[in-house]
Design a protein around this ligand. Sequence first.
Ligand SMILES: O=C(O)CCC(=O)C(=O)O
Length: 391
Amino acid sequence: MSDPHYMESIEACAAHYGDDSDAMRDYLISGHKRAMALDNRGPIEYDADGNLAGHIVDAYKKYGFYVFTGVLYQDELDDIKQDLAEMKERFPVGPGEKLTADGAPALGADCETTTLVWSKPLGDPLGGSALANGRHQVKLLEPKAADDAPAAAPFILLGSLQFSETCLRVYGHPQLLKVAEDINGKDFAPFNESLFIKEPGIGAAVSWHQDGTTHWDSEDFDDGIHGFNFMAQVYGSTAVNGVWVLPGSHKLGKVDIKQLVAESGSERIADTVPLVCDAGDVVMCNRQLVHGSFANTGFEPRITVNMGFHRRSSVLGVTGAGTHSAVQVFDEELIAKRSEVIGFGIDARRKRFPNETPYEYQPFVEKGLSYEWNEAAKASLHDYNALDLSI
Ligand SMILES: O=C(O)CCC(=O)C(=O)O
């Protein structure tokens, strides 16, 4: 990575850690080096049969994550940045508020589902809490923000595809959907979609956790049963602002994170590495990996367009975890309804990038279904995340 601010942000971050500043600096620098030495990054490649290349599948299975480089091009990144800037104008003035700063109805104000999640600047609102089934077992350090930082800022947007056509177009990306097929089968199912917003000097931490809830004790348990997330980077991702992971931990079953922290002697869990990305890179991250991110005390923003996919067998007939949507049984009908957004994503993308060959989703082909992205489709996505396949 050739980021000119690399060391400046590392120093700024370390300076927030008081007596631990030297340890934090060392951790950031050595983690970055170890991340870059792993053989799990490169463009999306296929073999002669058109399947995801074997070396990618092997590296993903070994480490639990793979950095696909150069997936989103500059024109698409520019679209997303503009869309996000406009979306920000529509954020409510504060947590629980219904209006924007201009007094207009705010984004998500008429939603029944949770949309924006707020935090105090540089906070860790999930860490050590019972939220999300208590999976964030420890609270990370909450560095002091500047005096002029806002009292609270949004750091997660759930159900993001109902608000952002540019994110919907990323969701319909033919190569990413083909990867989802090759990892989770032709009848793969959606999980949820979100934006993680980590503005410099403000962006909150997401404490160490594993994402899965429902299948740890399943007799069919294996390293892929809780699915994966694509994490598309709009500005890139660094040791300071990015997600950190414990490579290989997706194979360990449910991990005692408190114990890991105790053994490591601090919240800087030993052997973890950051997801280091340029703008346009997309990480495929196993949901069972131990992962988390520190508060963004550096100078670069990170915006992650997050979207997950499951094997159908992991969700069909399963009672959901209740983390992202109300506890409910995921039957065929519910999964089909929740999958419509794949069709809208494919068509929204086709309209913007007509020279690409659109992805063909096998469950639609089998049922003769086709989807058009238009005003009615957009309206139909209102509260679509009430059906998130939360496992
Ligand atoms: O982007 C982040 O900081 C956290 C992402 C995460 O925890 C997740 O996608 O499960």
